[in-house]
Design a protein around this ligand. Structure first.
Ligand SMILES: [Zn+2]
Ligand SMILES: [Zn+2]
Length: 381
């Protein structure tokens, strides 16, 4: 009998070791973590371990898959419940029983947060959580990046929920206690005897706990009980070809974090850095070229470096009037919706006159030159 008991104990230990995978550990959240906590940790960690950021790194890839799996289970109320009670084993059975409906593609899940389609998942939140305000960030982008498309890395300073206490503000979870004054109700009732048989009741927010119903015995050393801290978070944004000034790129639920609310979005608004050579109007580009008087009279061939470093040849035969505008079809900005199509490039010529002409040249010009000239018009000022 005793032998059997020892054998059974060994078997139990074996099963525990086998069960191994702790989804809460993988996502570094407490067992009572809220969905927004889970989501936050998943987002943070999955960015770090994404295979795109760790090319060829098998460990990172495995970790990424593990994170996605843990996230999927813990965000699903039913699966989380089964996991909490029966562990991974229970989930396997649940899945085989046809209730699970299979696992999601971890890349779709990632894309859902960080752009690139994906679409709805999870079928609605169990409880409606409050959402914090959106964050507006101006994103300065060069005209080159808007022409060619680009990936930009940027740091955003924002409020994050304390990693140490997960937003409770307490040193450890044991340090959170039910308020003694209000017995956890958050309100206190005061009775005042107004006269014989006349009692009035006042209900007011508990002074001790500020209406929360809980008090904290020892505050978190990392955030000093503030529950949040400021930190810098790194994001990778993709600038699409042809994006315009004022156009926005949204990172959903990446704004300031709050212990009891879903973060708002970060809304990046494109602001184009003025370019020394090109001016943009819609999908057209405008630039000015200086030519000498000789070039204006006899023609020229010169080159212009475009925004993608390609070279455009500017060629004119004969006379080019001051202020003449040459249109180069299809050399403007790419259309945002159809990046293979481009607007036009307009080149305006400005003639730089010589500062002086020597006497001999003046004589030659007077003698030999017969310029057909348009009739002079006196413009009213
Ligand atoms: Zn209280
Ligand atoms: Zn803390």
């Amino acid at each position: 009998m005793r032998q059997f008991a020892i054998w059974l104990l060994l078997l139990v230990i074996l099963i525990i070791v086998e069960a191994g995978k702790d989804y809460y550990n993988i996502l570094d959240v407490p067992r009572d973590a809220t969905k927004s906590q889970i989501k936050k940790h998943y987002k943070k960690l999955s960015r770090v371990y994404h295979p795109d950021k760790n090319p060829g790194n098998k460990d990172a890839e495995e970790k990424f898959m593990e994170l996605s799996n843990a996230y999927e289970i813990l965000m699903d109320d039913e699966k989380r419940g089964i996991y909490d009670r029966y562990g991974e084993e229970g989930l396997e059975q649940h899945k085989n029983g046809g209730g699970g409906g299979g696992f999601h593609n971890p890349f779709d899940m990632f894309a859902q947060f960080f752009g690139g389609g994906g679409g709805g998942f999870g079928g609605g939140r169990a409880q409606q959580e409050r959402k914090g305000p959106d964050m507006q960030v101006e994103l300065e982008v060069s005209l080159e990046d808007l022409y060619n498309g680009a990936t930009v890395e940027l740091d955003v300073s924002k409020q994050t929920v304390c990693d140490h206490c997960h937003g409770s503000g307490a040193r450890r979870s044991e340090d959170i206690q039910t308020c003694q004054t209000c017995q956890g109700r958050g309100v206190t009732v005061t009775r005042v005897q107004l006269g014989p048989g006349m009692v009035q009741q006042f209900q007011q927010t508990c002074n001790q706990c500020g209406g929360k119903g809980k008090t904290i015995r020892a505050t978190c050393p990392a955030c000093k009980g503030h529950k949040v801290q400021r930190s810098n978070e790194q994001y990778t944004l993709s600038i699409e070809k042809g994006m315009k000034n004022g156009q926005t790129t949204v990172l959903e639920e990446e704004g300031d974090e709050y212990p009891d609310a879903i973060p708002g979005d970060i809304i990046f608004t494109i602001s184009t850095v003025p370019h020394p050579l090109f001016d943009r109007q819609g999908d057209n580009l405008y630039t000015t070229q200086q030519i000498t008087l000789i070039e204006a009279l006899v023609g020229f061939e010169k080159t212009l470096k475009h925004l993608d470093d390609s070279v455009i040849t500017l060629k004119r035969d004969g006379v080019t009037q001051y202020g003449f505008v040459q249109t180069i079809k299809g050399s403007g900005m790419p259309h945002f919706d159809h990046p293979n199509q481009h607007g036009d490039l307009f080149v305006e010529y400005k003639v730089v006159f010589p500062t002086s002409i020597d006497k001999d040249t003046v004589e030659l010009l007077k003698q030999g030159a017969h310029f057909p000239t348009p009739e002079l018009v006196h413009e009213e000022l």
